[in-house]
Write a protein that binds this ligand. Sequence first.
Ligand code: PLP
Length: 496
Amino acid sequence: MNNNYTSTRDKNISISAKNAIKKGFADDGGLFVYPELSQLKIDINKLNNLNYQQIAEIVLEKLLPDFSIEEIKNSIDQAYSISFDTTDITPVVNVDNFHVLELFHGPTSAFKDVGLQMLPQLMKHVLDEDNKVMILTATSGDTGKAALEGFKNLEKMSITVFYPHNGVSKIQKLQMQTTNGENTEITAIEGNFDDAQSNVKKIFNDQELKKELGPKVSLSSANSINIGRLIPQVVYYFDSYMQLVKNGSINIGEKVNFTVPTGNFGDVLAGFYAKQMGLPVNKFVVASNENNVLTKFFQSGVYDRNMPFFQTVAPSMDIQISSNFERLLYYKSGEDTGYVKGLMDELESSGRYQVSDEVLASIKEDFFCGFSTDDEIEDSISEVYKKDNYLMDPHTAVGYKVMRDYQKTGDDTPMILLSTASPYKFVRVVAKSILDDVPEDDFEVMQKLNKVTNIAIPKNLANVWNLPILHDDVIEKDQMRDYVKSKVEEEFYDKD
Ligand SMILES: *Cc1c(COP(=O)(O)O)cnc(C)c1O
């Protein structure tokens, strides 16, 4: 059996999982994918009574064939032993006639922790003896802090995060500015998220800078297209299924549905991986906010990013190009890399592409797609809180709305709704949905919400207000290159 990954755009590329993690994406611009996923079958009967870490071991062993079992065990141990606030890591809660899979119990209270606690641990086993890596991340809020917590204090690695000066919430900004750790660098830029993102891309392609940084230092990213972030997310699909078996909600072998609040399509694609590997899943319900490029695609087979961009109350899903969707096109076209490359070239040149009827039909066999407006998000938060006494964050509420739309089609397969953030992380819109009167100050909003609902505030969010500000740099967007260079010198040369 071929144990290597390939590119979505060129099947002649063959690369080990370790090198795929190191590189991030392929030289041809494609994403790394595992061909013939169905050869990696997991027998769910063998998962009975295993805990999260044990299930993770089985999943990671399959998908990371060139990692030794010791490397995998060590990575799981480091990623998931103390940094989550529950030993279940991703607990399932029963609500009304569905189940909520809570993915927000990590150190930053958003689901990105599941991938970003693991990626740095895997990277540790990929670096050569005298390699040093500077991770560069542009963030619109959630990814930056989750990446900082994952890479904090690891040897041979440092991380620099750029965020738009006036483009993140107060809590998100505080979370980043108060980050401790020996190897963490954070700066605001005078510009928006796109400026941060495009300048980081430029820096990655800056050959002159590479020379200036010296032969031992490389730049890398913690982007969600890295398989080192995707693969850890496959685990909670298996684990949540086994939790339902354990609590008697389903019989082993019975099918379930998953609803996934979606932005870059990474989270739900991990579910598709689990299904290919043998998890009994009927449908994945893909839920977008008003940036509903994907919903339109499901209606027409046309993917068109030339649409107005909306800033919504579920900002972590404000995305027009769902990068990981390319991976689904690869599998759904029968692993036809020429076909995928054609579509992606069209997307690049005209901002749109159209898939064949067969590909669209095949996608619809596994997926249903819909969207929620901002008003509907607030209505959902309020409805579920009043009726079921469960408090959802706005991203989860997007999923809830589309899940209810899907259930109207008559499918009553047991449903797991993925919850991607703590309600306290996006506290203002949550409070607005259930309280008559919302204080001006976010800290007071948190306390009031806690008083009214009795739901505990995650420690990291309760404490963030009292921590010292350690990072208050603000730079112009054209200073980012020099900033990286000076931080590499500080981190890797001056410290030695
Ligand atoms: C990133 C994020 C999402 C979207 O996940 P994708 O993998 O990009 O589809 C949803 N909710 C929250 C809170 C997020 O941070």
